[in-house]
Every structure is written in structure tokens, then in C-alpha cells.
Design a protein around this ligand. Structure first.
Ligand SMILES: [Zn+2]
Ligand SMILES: [Zn+2]
Length: 177
């Protein structure tokens, strides 16, 4: 299994505050992350737990943006303790045998285990500086920088061009035109 790709679950959670207001939204979020299984039970408790996790993940991305690698590692280590991996082989819904990181707990716990393990794997395989927050204020959406020269600064093309336009206007103003 490709654990690095699980880090996308953390990004999805950070970037979807509007989905964390009701159970319908949460279901849509889980579907988007490929984590929804028909018939699985989701409750208000899941919603609360994922909102809390989102806050903790934002702090991790902010800590990374501030260049505090030890701080990121400390926070990830404590999340790894809170959300331990308990791997199980599963073959549900006629799929091939595959690994689940955990079977226990609520939906939110399973999501958390994936997101945290994904971030931990990404950070150890590729580096803490791969965790990014969009620089096109006021956006601040999270992204994973997988560019070869680690130069990504924006969450999307849209934000990149918005920032370019703003910089161009600022330069013109500076030149007194
Ligand atoms: Zn499965
Ligand atoms: Zn952005």
C-alpha cells in the first residue's frame, strides 16, 4: 500500500471546513477521500473528532511553514500515539485482499489513522518541507509539495495567477505608474 498517498487525507480534511458542519457534508468528504463504505456508520461524534483533528493538522502545517521541523515531528509523534496503526487484512465487497491500517474504532478514528500515518510517511520519505500552506493570502489551503525542486507556493493554479497579478500591481504601484 502507498502510505504517502494517505497524506492527502490530511490535506482534504484541512481544506474542507465547510464539509464538517453536518453529517451529509462529512459523508461527501469521506466519499471524496475514497473512505466511504456503503452502510458504514457515521455520527456527530465522528464530526467532532474530525473537527478536532483538523485543528491539530493545521497547527502541524503551520509549524512546517515556520521551518520548525522538530516541532512537526513532536506533534506527529503524539498523533501517532493517539491514533495507533493496527493493521488487518481485509477483503470486503469482493475486493482483493488488501491492508487496512486499522479496523477498530469509529469512522473518524480510521480516517485519523490514515491521515496521520500518511503524513508521517511523507515527512520521513520526502521531508518536512513538503507540507505547504498556500501563500496567496487569504487562502491558506494546505497542499503537498511534490515538485522536484520543492518550490511550490500555492494550492492551485488559480491562487498562483491571483498572486502573480497582485505582485504585478504592487510593482506598478511601486514604480509610480
Ligand atoms: Zn478496504
Ligand atoms: Zn490557495
Amino acid at each position: 500500500m502507498d502510505l504517502t498517498s494517505y497524506a492527502e487525507l490530511a490535506v482534504l480534511l484541512i481544506n474542507s471546513p465547510d464539509r464538517l458542519t453536518c453529517l451529509e457534508g462529512l459523508r461527501a468528504l469521506l466519499e471524496e477521500g475514497g473512505r466511504y463504505r456503503p452502510g458504514c456508520r457515521i455520527t456527530r461524534g465522528d464530526l467532532d473528532a474530525l473537527r478536532d483533528l483538523r485543528e491539530e493538522l493545521i497547527v502541524i502545517f503551520e509549524t512546517a511553514a515556520g521551518g520548525d521541523e522538530d516541532g512537526v515531528v513532536d506533534r506527529l509523534n503524539s498523533l501517532l500515539i493517539q491514533h495507533p496503526v493496527q493493521p488487518q487484512i481485509s477483503g470486503h465487497d469482493g475486493e482483493r485482499w488488501h491492508m487496512h491500517l486499522t479496523e477498530g474504532g469509529r469512522m473518524a478514528d480510521q480516517y485519523a489513522v490514515g491521515a496521520v500515518m500518511g503524513l508521517a510517511t511523507l515527512v520521513t520519505d520526502l521531508g518536512v518541507d513538503r507540507l505547504g500552506l498556500c501563500q496567496a493570502a487569504p487562502c491558506r489551503r494546505a497542499f503537498l509539495d511534490t515538485s522536484s525542486n520543492r518550490s511550490r507556493r500555492y494550492c492551485s493554479e488559480r491562487c498562483a495567477s491571483r498572486a502573480n497579478v497582485a505582485a504585478y500591481r504592487a510593482r506598478r504601484k511601486g514604480n509610480g505608474q
